[in-house]
Design a protein around this ligand. Structure first.
Ligand code: ADP
Length: 163
């Protein structure tokens, strides 16, 4: 069984993430969407780990070879625990590249047998990020074109709580 991991913060999951996950799931027997409990670079998530996992599970409920799992600690340990030989990351623009390249290099140094595979974003999601979706929602914009209906409802709720 060929298993890949698609890790991220998913705060919250967007159509851009879903597109990458579904395309990756077509290439492997099993795709594990790994939701990072302790995100990188001082990101302070708006949604709790349970909320982020729950939303990701809802959006992939019909995708039988995609499962969603939270993880803490090193990504390469999480990958090994699940016998995953491949880490999937999405690339939107050149600006993603530098960080992603460093990350893949570090993961390669830590666990050479695990490969990172980059998938380019589909053109309609080039500009889409969780950060921008949250910002638009916070300012009262309509984020329905960017996220699944369950994520939209959760975002509206969260923004109301934060007011
Ligand atoms: P992280 O905090 O690990 O960067 P994110 O949840 O922001 O987690 O993103 C997870 C992965 O999905 C990253 O590889 C990111 O580049 C990719 N990604 C995010 N948004 C998009 C998008 N619109 N199109 C393609 N890839 C994306």
């Amino acid at each position: 069984m060929r298993t890949a991991i698609y890790p991220g913060t998913f705060d919250p999951i967007t159509y851009g993430h879903m597109d990458i996950a579904k395309r990756a799931a077509n290439m492997f027997d099993r795709l594990i969407v790994g939701v990072a409990n302790s995100p990188h670079s001082n990101k302070q998530p708006v949604f709790s780990i349970d909320e982020r996992v729950d939303l990701a599970r809802q959006v992939f409920q019909e995708n039988t070879n995609i499962e969603v799992q939270p993880f803490s600690g090193l990504l390469v340990d999480f990958a090994q625990e699940h016998q995953a030989g491949v880490i999937i990351r999405g690339l939107r623009a050149v600006s993603d590249f530098e960080y992603e390249f460093q990350l893949s290099g570090m993961n390669q140094a830590l666990r050479p047998q695990i490969e990172t595979v980059f998938l380019p974003t589909s053109p309609q999601y080039t500009y889409l990020s969780s950060t921008l979706a949250k910002e638009v929602a916070r300012l009262g914009g309509d984020v329905r074109p960017f996220v699944d209906a369950c994520v939209y409802a959760a975002l509206v709720d969260k923004m109301r709580q934060q007011c």
